[in-house]
Design a protein around this ligand. Structure first.
Ligand code: NAG
Ligand code: NAG
Ligand code: NAG
Ligand code: NAG
Ligand code: NAG
Ligand code: NAG
Ligand code: NAG
Ligand code: NAG
Length: 360
């Protein structure tokens, strides 16, 4: 504290009180603001976390288990990835000129959301014009009926990729890593992979306009955040019960900088580097998906980021023209936040903006 040597006791008391008050206010600000207020500068303490992938070795539990039908058939799997494929189309990318692979993470029962995407950028005419390809990445559920429906859905559309791991919140990191593995295994000629949640709205025209010129100069594209405080106890200030993390799961108090998890993009060469590094992991990955995939896994690889924070909307309250006039690339949970029909409305407006008329 910069107190003059001639400070009277009263001035010291006043200064101390001011300091304490400032401290309390700062603390309150940090606790109170749900998102932005929780952003802190990346702490140097994190350096000892660099060996994350090395600390424990439980690779035995992740070992690939062969499933045989009769005694010959082995479930299809991607080399170096322990979870076999239950539904797959190995030729999904063949014969098409695909610039970006759109891997949409959803759970088996989100049929309504998948259906909407198939009627928007999943449409064959739109997809081939944009040189994109959409696949839906899902895990498995215990329900035979859901599985049956999923397989029927895939018979109809052929765009579902199902891996043999349980569809749980704590396996979401696995699902995103599976998406990137699938990209490199079956869509090797695409330049980029987008991992996007099924409920996010995407303006691919605007996005691709920005992506194409940076294919040689950027490794990864997302809405970046600074470090966030680890959520230890559920409270009403943005630390929801399902983000609570124990010190055993993550020992430090802050996360490294990472991306908003509902949409992020990697260049194929960078995806290879990430997967290679992930291969050194010996335990299950940290289960907070965006923190692991876009933070812990990327930080030592020092990707050249393109930050599209200003082109992403996380909490849309009402439909605004910037949602479809080319300014926004991603809108998180448009339908859920604004209501049924919002996505369709924004899609129609987007088509109008780009002067596209679709045969009905
Ligand atoms: C694992 O540890 C070895 C030796 O300590 C180190 O060379 C290597 O870079 C570490 N790997 C990761 C991913 O941190
Ligand atoms: C982890 O286990 C695997 C398989 O048992 C072994 O090959 C590897 O050397 C182990 N790594 C460490 C760091 O102990
Ligand atoms: C299990 O799968 C691995 C990898 O595909 C293969 O090398 C191995 O022969 C299989 N083992 C059995 C018992 O089928
Ligand atoms: C990728 O491109 C190469 C060379 O043009 C081609 O031989 C190969 O079939 C393509 N692979 C896929 C999966 O499209
Ligand atoms: C993740 O999936 C695996 C494989 O199905 C399962 O054994 C495990 O319990 C799941 N993990 C969590 C945390 O849900
Ligand atoms: C990047 O874009 C340029 C110009 O559009 C093209 O010539 C080049 O082949 C592209 N590189 C990759 C890696 O796709
Ligand atoms: C979107 O456009 C289609 C076809 O032009 C029309 O049938 C539909 O009612 C429109 N939806 C909304 C929400 O405007
Ligand atoms: C759509 O057409 C209008 C009128 O012809 C034109 O002014 C506008 O620039 C076009 N928009 C785009 C994105 O091409």
């Amino acid at each position: 504290m910069l107190l003059g040597s001639r400070s009277t006791p009263r001035r010291i008391v006043a200064a101390a009180a001011t300091t304490i008050l400032a401290g309390i206010m700062l603390t309150l600000m940090i606790i109170k603001l749900p998102y932005s207020g929780r952003l802190l500068r990346h702490s140097r303490d994190l350096s000892h976390f660099q060996n994350l992938h090395n600390t424990t070795n439980v690779s035995g539990s992740l070992a690939f288990k062969n499933t045989t039908i009769g005694s010959i058939k082995i479930k299809e799997h991607i080399p170096g990835w322990p979870y076999p494929l239950l539904i797959n189309d190995p030729n999904a990318c063949r014969d098409d000129d695909i610039y970006l692979l759109n891997t949409v993470t959803s759970n088996p029962s989100q049929v309504y959301h998948r259906e909407m995407i198939r009627n928007m950028w999943g449409r064959k005419d739109i997809a081939s014009q944009l040189k994109i390809k959409t696949v839906f990445i899902v895990g498995k559920v215990p329900s035979d009926i859901t599985q049956q429906h999923l397989m029927e859905e895939n018979d109809k559309y052929g765009d579902i990729i199902q891996f043999d791991f349980l569809e749980t919140r704590k396996n979401l990191t696995i699902k995103s890593l599976a998406a990137i593995h699938w990209f490199r295994a079956y869509c090797p000629n695409a330049t980029w992979v987008l991992k996007v949640d099924v409920d996010a709205y995407v303006n691919f025209w605007a996005l691709l306009e920005v992506l194409r010129p940076v294919n040689d100069t950027k490794d990864a594209v997302c809405s970046r955040s600074l470090s966030r405080i680890v959520c230890r106890e559920a409270n009403e200030y943005g630390c929801y019960p399902h983000y609570v993390v124990t010190p055993e799961e993550y020992p430090l108090e802050v996360y490294p900088p990472y991306c908003q998890g509902y949409a992020y993009i990697f260049h194929k060469d960078f995806a290879d580097r990430m997967l290679k590094l992930d291969q050194q992991r010996t335990g299950p990955p940290f289960w907070i998906e965006d923190v692991y995939v876009t933070g812990l896994l990327t930080r030592n690889l020092r990707p050249r980021w393109l930050d599209i924070r200003r082109h992403s909307e996380v909490t849309p309250y009402e439909i605004e023209s910037r949602f479809y006039d080319g300014k926004m690339f991603f809108i998180h949970d448009l339908e859920g936040q604004i209501g049924q029909g919002a996505t369709n409305y924004v899609w129609n407006k987007t088509l109008q903006h780009y002067n596209i008329t679709l045969p009905s």
